[in-house]
Design a protein around this ligand. Structure first.
Ligand code: GDP
Length: 527
């Protein structure tokens, strides 16, 4: 690709994820976005009804429980842009997977249930976005139901999430009385029609809040609504693109995902304002998205998405340059050039071969065990993307086999699941236990299920006396040896070969830290 066409391709990209509390409507809006992108003709195929692409059993488990542990990538065109939507797991456990996915996007869409307002998980995810000043666009959903007052909702966003909220449009009534939205900037009413959720509804507009048509639409409410809108206009922040891009202001849209209304306005705003692929930090230098030389990093590994292909897929965010089918890339960690013949993308759940990808795009590489989360790929340059951490787990269990002859399979299974980031595994240095660590309790269940389903081993968990883990670093080899000798009871090696301190209590951890001031105890580890 020539320099100018590469640049114009990159500038088309909008790569984002949706953050929300479960049930706010993330799945529903994803379906609608794909409908807008024409990626699928009929919305309804995201949260799979069992269709031609039968899911593996553990995905059935997710469906039964109404959770989504897996995530995938959807690409669709909209208004001359190429939108990449990265799905994140929706279950309540704070998941590392979600965190890492958020390191691979340039902005997020925050979905809020209009009846519930800002909920726990949204608060947590927002904290993660704040670490990187990720720009946030908001959609307040379910206006077709009775909802809380929009003024109160904006206020809650500002006080709870500590970000300036700037309404772009305003709901005209809610629930049965929901008539549409009013855009402050174009002085236009977009009229809601019920029952059009499965279609691309016509955009019925009324120009001017003071018009007769507006009065007709809003009937007896017109005076109240005119007054409310004047008040809100005076009392809220005007949209400021720079503030949004800096992560300090969120433009707010109201609508109903189910009714596919307000989604168009939101998407129009999104492709207009959301950042194009941003530059990324490495250990050496900042890599700009328009650079010609290829770079990318792996943020997620997923197993057996399709039972027909029982391999693992490593998801790579392209950070610069162009991926072409059959190209060679430098796998920096293992210092090898590898040929990538068959990267994939996941258009509406279907695998298709990617021919070309640029910064902002996600490609899936077939992984036979050489790729780990955090790995950097380049066209030869020795650099490593930073900022893709592992969190110290908070929950621990000893794992045992029902059939002790299957130790090999157990180890292999755990190793692979750890590589994917589904769990973390620790091998204590002075006994043969295997300790599994997780950030959320659901991870244990998923791991046991997958060990059985994919590796044919039945494992059981037992309690273990570990409260927290810290990765150990020490520049002074003598002090490190002394530490290892004195603390061997609590030392383990993790799945990546890193020395780890498994503390039985928090008090023990702080005492040990005091006794060994030269040893660094890390709560996160970069891949
Ligand atoms: P997720 O957990 O965030 O993915 O939420 P879903 O998209 O699965 O939505 C949760 C529930 O809310 C489902 O029953 C949806 O049909 C419903 N829902 C989503 N959006 C709307 C909306 O705009 N209006 C109404 N009335 N229901 C909605």
């Amino acid at each position: 690709m020539s320099n100018t066409s590469l640049r114009s391709e990159v500038l088309k990209r909008r790569t984002f994820a949706i953050i929300s509390h479960p049930d706010a409507g993330k799945t529903t809006i994803t379906e609608k976005l794909l409908l807008w992108g024409n990626a699928i003709q009929l919305a309804g195929s995201v949260k799979g009804k069992r269709g031609p692409h039968a899911r593996s059993d553990w995905m059935t488990m997710e469906q039964e429980r109404g959770i989504s542990v897996t995530s995938s990538v959807m690409q669709f065109p909209y208004k001359g842009r190429v939108v990449n939507l990265l799905d994140t797991p929706g279950h309540e456990d704070f998941s590392e997977d979600t965190y890492r996915t958020l390191t691979a996007v340039d902005s997020v869409l925050m979905m809020i249930d209009g009846a519930k307002g800002v909920e726990d998980r949204t608060i947590k995810l927002m904290e993660v976005c704040r670490l990187r000043d990720t720009p946030i666009l908001s959609f307040i959903n379910k206006m077709d139901r009775e909802s809380r007052s929009p003024v109160e909702l904006l206020d809650e966003i500002e006080t709870v999430l500590k970000i300036a909220a700037s309404p772009i449009n305003w709901p005209l009534g809610t629930g049965k009385e929901f008539k549409g939205v009013y855009n402050f900037y174009t002085d236009t009413i977009h009229v809601y029609q019920q029952g059009k959720g499965h279609t691309i509804p016509d955009d019925i507009q009324i120009k001017g809040l003071q018009s007769d048509e507006a009065a007709q639409l809003l009937g007896g409410y017109i005076d109240d609504i005119r007054e409310e809108i004047e008040l809100v206009r005076g009392a809220t922040n005007e949209f400021n693109l720079e503030e949004y891009l800096a992560g300090r202001m969120t433009p707010v849209f109201f609508g109903t995902a189910l009714g596919n209304f307000g989604v168009r306005e939101m998407l129009d705003g999104f492709v207009e304002w959301a950042p194009t692929p941003r530059s990324r930090a490495t250990n050496e230098r900042e890599v700009a998205a328009e650079e010609e030389k290829f770079t990318g990093f792996v943020f997620k590994i997923q197993a057996n998405m399709d039972p027909k292909h029982r391999d693992r897929i490593a998801f790579m965010r392209v950070c610069s340059g162009t991926y072409n089918q059959g190209m060679k890339m430098r796998h920096v960690r293992i210092a090898k050039d590898i040929k990538i013949a068959d990267a994939v993308t996941f258009m509406a759940g279907d695998r298709s071969a990617v021919e070309e990808a640029v910064a902002g795009d996600i490609i899936g590489l077939h992984n036979h065990g050489t790729i780990q989360i955090g790995d950097t790929f380049t066209d030869g340059e020795e650099l490593k993307f930073t900022g893709i951490p592992h969190f110290a787990p908070e929950l621990f269990r000893r794992i045992r086999l029902r059939d002790p002859l299957k130790t090999k399979q157990l180890q292999k299974g755990l190793q692979q699941l750890a590589e994917e980031g589904s769990t973390q595994v620790f091998f204590p240095v002075d006994n043969n236990d295997i300790v599994v660590g997780a950030v959320g309790v659901l991870q244990f269940e998923v791991v046991a299920y997958r060990l059985k389903d994919e590796y044919k081993v039945e494992a059981i968990y037992e309690p273990v006396n570990v409260a927290t883990a810290r990765w150990i670093e020490c520049d002074d080899s003598k002090k490190l040896e002394e530490f290892k000798r004195k603390c061997s009871d609590n030392l383990a090696v993790d799945g990546g070969g890193h020395l780890t301190y498994l503390a039985p209590t928090r008090v023990n951890l702080s005492l040990t830290q005091e006794r060994h001031p030269d040893v660094v105890f890390r709560a996160t580890r970069e891949h």
